[in-house]
Ligand binder design. Structure first.
Ligand code: AMP
Ligand code: GLY
Length: 432
């Protein structure tokens, strides 16, 4: 089987790595990929220098290369209809249609859907008028959460602790054009308390198979402080999701979502990522849906996955997921993102990365994100550069191993958090 992965981040490197483990898979092409793909020791993994927005070129190459399955990493090609485009040409592609991917691409679509199908989420209202938005904020009080309606690369959410912050966020989005078209409508919602977890499932339109649970760290600094980023590290499983909470999530969130999407005439096929807030009573509420895998959650999840991902994605394209099960290594995995100093604000590219050859890869995999090779040198090219991901007998052990390997890697102004997985480690320590 020949597979194509669309995307160029750490998530796509991890998906390609796992897809290539299948005995049935002969080639995994990653478009556009990164230097990690070029340097892969598994020679089934190859790079295809076609950008993820070039649907025609991707489709033509899929036909030319005889690709049997395409897996889409990022949200943008999905919300631009790449799945519809491929399927119109008779190609198998794992991902939601343009309509179904509105669960991520429009926060107001998502919130209206959740309300209609009685799926637990924060109370909310939608506005395009600034005065009305401000009067709603005054009525509800702080803390309160302001979200740009459209895709804003994870940056369109402001958790406002003061009225002034909330007014400023609304003003920036509605009048200041901060996120362009994506911010011309805002969703204002209740602040939810609790612990976040990422719950990602494979869907075939009707059936679902959950991946292992995970948790990421979105804030840039230790202790979950500072601005939001795409994610500074993640681990799997997330112990906050106990078996009881897990089955509640399936019954109250995931299965009603699948049924609701069928009722809306847009059955959901692809990875579905529920970002959940779990409160102290064990109630889970949907913070957001993503129509793709998480980055960096995918890196630890793929390191733990033991089943044949290519077979599962193909089964999902044929609505046959109910005939399959999915296995994960019981050992936890922790992934620490190594970022360019300055991220998520401005940072410089082109710094030479050294030391990767010294990493002991027995229980560790270094997934690449923003990297390129130029004149035989490995250079940074992006905010999130690498994700060093390790397995261990406990989260503490996996974390210690990841940090031990990170010591061997360096570049000018490399930055990373020192506490990835701390909540799970606190739980491990309490249980002792
Ligand atoms: P989102 O892009 O919707 O996932 O939001 C980014 C981050 O903002 C989430 O991961 C949460 O940490 C936080 N957040 C979003 N919505 C809420 C909410 N209603 N209550 C509390 N925190 C939230
Ligand atoms: N790590 C969060 C996301 O992928 O959206």
């Amino acid at each position: 089987m020949k597979v194509m992965v669309i995307g160029s981040g750490g998530r796509e490197h991890a998906l390609a790595y796992r897809l290539a483990q299948s005995d049935k898979v002969t080639d995994v092409y990653v478009a556009f990929g990164n230097a990690g793909v070029d340097l892969e020791s598994n020679k089934k993994i190859k790079r295809l220098r076609i950008f993820e927005y070039d649907h025609d070129a991707l489709c033509n190459n899929a036909k030319k290369l005889g690709i049997d399955l395409t897996v889409v990493g990022p949200e943008l090609p999905l919300s631009n209809g790449i799945v519809d485009h491929f399927e119109d040409q008779g190609l198998s592609i794992f991902g939601p249609s343009k309509l179904a991917s509105q669960l991520e691409s429009s926060k107001s679509f998502c919130k209206d859907f959740l309300e209609k199908y009685d799926i637990p989420t924060a109370e909310y209202a939608t506005f395009d008028d600034e005065a009305e938005a401000i009067s709603y904020i005054k009525q509800k009080g702080i803390p309160i959460v302001i979200k740009a309606d459209g895709l804003a690369a994870g940056k369109g959410v402001v958790v406002a602790e003061t009225e002034a912050e909330a007014f400023e966020a609304v003003n920036n989005m509605l009048s200041g054009n901060q996120f362009g078209e994506a911010g011309h409508k805002v969703v204002i919602e209740e602040f939810l308390k609790g612990e976040e977890a990422s719950y990602i499932v494979l869907c075939d339109g009707v059936n679902v198979l959950p991946l292992a649970t995970s948790q990421d760290h979105k804030r840039v600094y230790n202790g979950d402080k500072g601005p939001n980023t795409g994610g500074m590290g993640a681990y799997s499983p997330a112990p906050v999701v106990t078996p009881e909470i897990d089955s509640k999530i399936m019954n109250e969130v995931i299965l009603p979502t699948m049924k609701g999407m069928i009722a809306e005439g847009m059955p959901y096929k692809g990875f579905l990522y529920a970002g959940l807030m779990i409160d102290t009573d064990g109630q889970s509420r949907v913070i957001e849906y993503n129509c793709r895998c998480g980055d960096p959650e995918t890196q630890p999840i793929m390191l733990r996955m033991q089943s044949d991902l290519a077979e599962l994605c193909l089964a999902a394209c044929n609505e046959e997921l109910h005939q399959h099960s999915i296995e994960f290594d019981p050992r936890p995995a922790v992934g620490v993102v190594l970022a360019s100093g300055g991220y998520p604000h401005s940072y410089g590219d082109g710094k030479e990365i050294t030391g990767l050859e010294n990493v002991d890869e027995t229980q560790t995999k270094v997934f690449h994100a923003g990297t390129i090779v130029q004149n035989d040198q490995l250079l940074t090219k992006g905010g999130r550069v690498l994700c060093v991901t390790s397995l261990g007998d406990s989260v503490a052990d996996a974390q210690a191993r990841a940090y031990q390997e990170i010591e061997k890697i360096t570049w000018h102004k490399m930055y990373y958090r020192r506490d990835i997985g701390y909540r799970a480690i606190d739980r491990e320590n309490t249980a002792k």
